[in-house]
Design a protein around this ligand. Sequence first.
Ligand code: AMP
Length: 271
Amino acid sequence: MKILLNNKSLFKSLRPFKDIGFVPTMGGIHKGHLSLINRSNHNNKKTIVSIFINPKQFNNKKDLKTYPSNLKKDLSILKKTKKVDFVYVPTFKDVFDNKKKSKINIKKNDKILCAKFRKGHFEGVLDVMDRLTKLINPKKIYMGKKDYQQFYLVKNFLENRYKIKVIGCKTIRNKNKVALSSRNYLLKKDELRIASEVSKKIIHLKKKLKVKKNIKNFLFLNKLKIQNLLKIKIEYLELRNINDLKISNSLSNSKLFLAYYIGKVRLIDNY
Ligand code: AMP
């Protein structure tokens, strides 16, 4: 596993290879990330993982400051997998010091879910993904469906611009149904227990949707109930079609999308 700390070594190391699978991360490596790496390793000659906390996608400065980061530990976990050929750990300059800037706008119809609550977040995500794609020139990019809206927007954006495939990978959960996330490192034990209760409640709720006529109303009432019961703040709880992310009134091709706060930690998931 070669660690690439600047663009010069990136270009030099990747030059001989055409068949590259890319797993972008912000570090805080966990088994969710490792599942993407496994998939890439299986389907590509070489796998590159990036570790870069992109300041441009943080709409909240405190969130950026407290974002979990432990490069030494991350590198040690990645090395142990024996499935990563390169780890790219660029500086801000490596990624953003490029004169050509294209203004990225999210369409009005796409300003839903996290795009509605985190102003500028996805513009920052698309910007960094565009730049990383240009720098790395991978054939395939592996992303988690836990961050479904991110996967959906990045896939549409990059596949329109480059000869590339963005592949969505299933959400990895712990035994208590909590989706793995770097942000879970910020939760105390009892908060992690609340996250597990939330997941179990939403999974149960989804089963009940099968027989409901007015889904929107049912979700609104249950959002209030769950908020009160578990003392959390739910930002959204919506059933949406996975192909266009429009509000859905039936379970077919649809998922329940959830964002909520436990204390100051914001978590997202979909079921
Ligand atoms: P992050 O480091 O949080 O930016 O995540 C890097 C990639 O890992 C993104 O494509 C995420 O969607 C994906 N990912 C994060 N958590 C999980 C999970 N629990 N299961 C599968 N993929 C995940």
